[in-house]
Write a protein that binds this ligand. Structure first.
Ligand code: PLP
Length: 498
């Protein structure tokens, strides 16, 4: 980006810097003043609280506002320039930037095989076991429907016609008329996003993302070579800050924007109708393709919850809004069934884009999901799932409040995750020490663009009852070790979580 497109004043920046919570405690070394300032600004950019291409105040003004020396500010700006977070031109000032490439180690979440966990409580993966007997029944139903397909070559890059029709009908029933030509069945929501990134977001393209956002999709985008432009979530459970989104879409003109408007992962936030409409309008006027990930949509934890309108209802033709769906959270991640809804011509291009990756999604699993949706088993299975997740959520919330009263979080109405502020302790160190005391938990930075959210962990509603209680006891033990300074070190690859 060659120039600045907005400005942040000295008083405003000082306020934002002063309100940052910083990891503290005996084990945390205090950095020099210039480094702390540079890190603070970097975090504001990475969390999207200061937009990319925003002009920063002159060194002298910021020094006055922060009551530090001008040399400290100059050294901080120099460090930010060296790291690619600041660009400057004589006479034009300095403005924020995101570095091309990947300056800091960033990782997604890699689930560990369940059998390798032993006695460790796994809070790494936000996915529940299959809601039996529905998995078994669906597979039996699918086996009965398999014989006619056995006479074909079995490759359906756009998905089985029967399932495309079924998914289209379900959108139509939600009030968005949809034809099967507007649906592509994929190998999970990840397969859908892979095809979308392949088609729209090649090397160097910008993608606007919520900050924080779902770790594996962020990693997929990084690996596609895209430049991530973070847009900070506002505090609380209705977290979309529309003036900020409008500004980013207008100023950075990203090719894609990716949002999880339904029970956002990791915060659990739910966008209201006005926010949805405004997001679609902002994307349309910026020429940005808006991807709405509906992976969590059916996981409102009360059966008769009044959900807002689907994001795609504000662009039913599907040329601005691409909707990604999945059976992973509502039913079972082991099915690896996902889909995309978009305009027919977009679907045709996506089908071509995905063909080189996996040619198609397994037929038997598609038949199983189709069987479930056809027989009403889907609704019953999802209802079982909601009860399970609700009970787990309530048990986890109670246990964490009891064992870790300093940890702060909002309790969402749906989704599968609590986004927890760890009382000023480093989330990465809690994750590392947690491993030693028998609980796997992903640290906040995995959900940030690069290094943001050090003061957070994500806790999924995957355990309940006494296991949730024991998980909280172990997390509290990890927190005490980190606080005492005994838990130095960082997460190792073995601790990677999903
Ligand atoms: C928001 C979101 N999108 C996508 C995925 C991945 O979904 P799938 O298992 O269908 O690939 C997840 C899984 O946690 C998710 O939370």
């Amino acid at each position: 980006m060659a120039q600045w497109t907005s400005a942040v004043g000295a008083a405003q920046l000082a306020r934002q810097l002063n309100s940052q919570s910083r990891p503290s405690g005996p084990g945390v070394r205090k950095p020099p003043a210039y480094r702390a300032l540079a890190d603070g600004v970097r975090l504001l950019v990475l969390e999207g609280r200061v937009p990319v291409a925003a002009r920063l105040p002159a060194e002298r003004e910021l020094a006055v506002a922060l009551a530090v020396s001008r040399t400290t500010v100059a050294a901080a700006y120099e460090a930010l320039r060296a790291e690619g977070f600041l660009e400057s031109r004589r006479g034009a000032g300095s403005w924020t930037a995101v570095p091309a490439g990947n300056p800091l180690p960033a990782r997604g979440l890699e689930p560990l095989p369940p059998e390798s966990l032993g006695s460790v409580i796994d809070l790494g993966t936000a996915a529940l076991p299959a809601p039996e007997p529905w998995l078994t029944r669906a597979v039996q139903g699918a086996l009965e429907e398999l014989p006619p397909y056995a006479h074909t070559h079995g490759d359906y890059p756009a998905g089985l016609p029967a399932l495309r029709q079924m998914l289209a009908d379900r959108y139509t029933a939600r009030g968005i008329p949809t034809m099967p030509e507007q649906i592509m069945v994929t190998t999970g929501a990840m397969g859908a996003m892979d095809a979308i990134c392949h088609l729209f977001a090649g090397r160097g393209e910008r993608i606007a993302v919520e900050s924080p956002s779902y770790a594996n999709i962020l990693q997929l985008m990084r690996e596609a070579g895209a430049r991530l432009v973070p847009v900070a979530m506002a505090e609380g459970l209705t977290g979309w800050d529309l003036p900020r989104w409008r500004q980013v879409l207008r100023d950075a003109a990203p090719r894609l924007a990716y949002v999880v408007a339904d029970f956002h992962n990791p915060t659990g936030a739910l966008a209201d109708d006005d926010q949805r409409r405004a997001l679609v309008e902002a994307a349309r006027s910026a020429g940005t393709v808006l991807v709405a990930d509906e992976t969590m949509t059916e996981l409102h934890l009360d059966d008769d919850y009044a959900m807002p309108r689907p994001v795609c209802s504000f662009d039913p033709a599907g040329s601005t809004v691409l909707t990604v769906g999945s059976a992973s959270k509502a039913f079972w991640a082991g099915m690896r069934i996902g889909w995309v809804r978009a305009a027919p011509e977009v679907i045709r291009s996506l089908v071509a884009a995905r063909a080189y990756a996996d040619l198609g999604t397994p037929v038997l699993e598609q038949l199983a999901i189709n069987w479930l949706m056809n027989t009403g088993g889907w609704e019953q299975a999802v209802s079982v799932r909601r009860t399970q997740a609700r009970e787990n959520r309530d048990a986890l919330v109670a246990a964490v409040r009891r064992e870790l009263p300093d940890w702060e979080f909002d309790v969402p109405d749906g989704g599968l995750t609590l986004w927890v502020r760890t009382g000023g302790l480093s989330g990465s160190r809690i994750a590392a020490v947690g491993e030693r005391v028998g609980v796997r938990v992903p640290s906040g930075p995995r959900f940030g663009v690069d290094g943001a959210f050090e003061g957070y962990v994500r806790l999924p509603f995957t355990v309940g009852g006494p296991v949730a209680e024991e998980a909280a006891v172990r997390l509290a033990a990890a927190a005490r070790l980190v606080e005492s300074g005994a838990g130095s070190g960082s997460e190792t690859p073995r601790t990677s979580v999903a």
